[in-house]
Design a protein around this ligand. Structure first.
Ligand code: ZN
Length: 153
């Protein structure tokens, strides 16, 4: 009988302790999609400041092939958009169009094609909460249209 009581207490505590963390983890996930019209479906992504890290998932919802209409998701300071955008072209597909070992790249996914999705973790503790950040697609020719604001609040 004692064992059953202990078990009940344990289960209650377990449920009590695990539920809020599952809930918080859900909040720390963001989703965005890229299409064949060379557009993201969102112009703004807001990461809750209560999260230490957020997982950003990019989905390619188009039908055009990866080498023609591939998309990635790259996080940079807003002041670096016009420099990193064109740098994606020379980085080449073998590097997912992301300049290698470039400190301006704060987070980046690989390039995805139709029906594919990919994720990247953004470490919010390394970002300035009052800073100005943008996300872009660095596939050649895309960043002018495929960009948006990344906010922490
Ligand atoms: Zn793109």
């Amino acid at each position: 009988m004692k064992n059953i009581i202990y078990l009940a207490i344990f289960l209650t505590l377990f449920l009590f302790l695990s539920t809020p963390s599952v809930f918080a983890a859900e909040l720390c996930k963001l989703e965005i999609a890229g299409n064949d019209q060379m557009q993201f479906d969102k112009k703004l992504l807001t990461a809750p400041s209560s999260c230490k890290k957020v997982t950003v998932t990019l989905k390619h919802v188009g039908k055009l092939a990866k080498n023609i209409m591939g998309h990635n998701w790259v996080l940079v300071k807003s002041s670096d958009v016009d420099a990193v955008g064109p740098a994606g072209i020379t980085a080449g597909m073998e590097n997912n169009h992301v300049p290698k070992d470039d400190k301006r790249i704060l987070a980046a996914t690989k390039v995805v094609g139709p029906g594919e999705s990919t994720s990247v973790e953004v470490d919010l503790t390394k970002l300035d909460k009052s800073g100005s950040y943008s996300f872009i697609c660095t596939f050649p020719g895309h960043y002018a249209l495929m960009k948006g604001t990344f906010k922490i609040s």
